[in-house]
Design a protein. Structure first.
Length: 329
């Protein structure tokens, strides 16, 4: 979906339903990019003095010339539909569609593309390419296939792709460290849980846990997103995975059936399934980086929801406290 299709944001209706955490107010800034945007990510502040200016990246797909763009915005500026408070700092051309993007705490950017490659970029002092791991994921060993997910922890990088492979990389080495035939179907998402442990999701709704120190190439555990819908059992694709930043026993998943699920890995048989509010596949679900009791999810149907897990709720479901635009940072 093109970002330019969602520049009209109903600020008043959304803000009135959003919780006020620590006296913070919520603000939304719309702008026209004019291109199909697949990912948007805020860049961590390099210093405390950078907090007065927000810098974020956007990446495109299905364009004649795909781009990775860096934008800056003054968070204290008043909302303007024209987007005049946004400044395009720089952009880089990309040959293929951007499928996923992660930014490390040190400000390095990792992009995975539809040709099966993964690239690393630096943000400071300017946006520049470092190097690219070419053709990580291939179909039948010959044709390239999409690299679907990437995550980073320290110097370690992991990618997954349509070929079912889980690949471990190092930021200072262009040769892959390890490759695991992790699934007979395409892998769709990945996240680090600990330094040597990774979680993957595939197109059949299987969530697998891997210890990268093991040589056997077998998962240490598997969860399943299968659900009963009427008389049918569905196996939604695990489109998104994320571990809680401090409580590592909590895992968040977003599925192609529109559901967001919170897993307590100490008792994974009884996950918390959030109210099925999304009418389309969940594209991303994240813990809020500053308010870790909050979860944000967005879907292909053009909506986003903020979930406050600290609010009273039923034992098995949570209701969203706000909804708004398609993309979040």
């Amino acid at each position: 979906m093109m970002l330019s299709e969602v520049e009209r944001l109903n600020l008043n209706n959304v803000s009135s339903r959003m919780p006020q955490h620590g006296g913070k107010s919520w603000k939304k800034i719309g702008f026209h990019s004019g291109k199909k945007t697949s990912k948007v990510r805020f860049v961590p502040s390099k210093t405390k003095h950078d907090n007065d200016v927000g810098v974020f990246l956007s990446a495109t797909y299905e364009e004649e010339k795909n781009e990775l763009c860096m934008w800056s915005v003054d968070p204290m500026a008043q909302f303007e539909e024209s987007g005049e408070k946004l400044n395009l700092k720089c952009s880089l051309n990309c040959e293929f569609d951007c499928v996923d993007m992660k930014i490390s705490d040190s400000g390095r950017v990792f992009l995975c593309w539809s040709d099966g490659s993964c690239g690393m970029f630096t943000v400071y002092p300017t946006l520049q390419p470092s190097f690219t791991w070419q053709n990580l994921h291939r179909s039948g060993g010959q044709l390239h296939c999409a690299c679907r997910g990437v995550d980073v922890m320290g110097e370690d990088v992991v990618t997954v792709g349509d070929d079912g492979k889980l690949i471990l990389l190092n930021s200072y080495n262009q040769t892959p460290v390890k490759s695991i035939d992790a699934s007979s179907v395409g892998l769709t998402s990945v996240c680090f849980s600990k330094h040597n442990e990774v979680v993957t999701g595939n197109s059949r709704g299987q969530i697998a846990f891997w210890d990268l120190r093991n040589e056997g190439g077998k998962p240490t555990g598997v969860l399943c997103l299968s659900r009963l819908r009427g008389e049918k059992t569905v196996h939604p694709t695990a489109n998104s995975l994320e571990k809680h930043p401090t409580r590592t026993h909590l895992l968040l998943s977003g599925g192609s059936d529109g559901c967001v699920t919170l897993w307590d890995l100490r008792n994974a048989k009884f996950p918390v399934e959030f109210e099925r509010t999304h009418t389309g596949p969940v594209l991303e679900a994240h813990f809020h980086p500053e308010m870790q009791e909050c979860i944000v999810s967005c879907s292909s149907s053009g909506d986003a929801f903020l979930w406050d897990c600290s609010l009273p709720s039923t034992p098995s479901t949570f209701n969203p406290v706000a909804n708004g635009m398609n993309y979040f940072f």
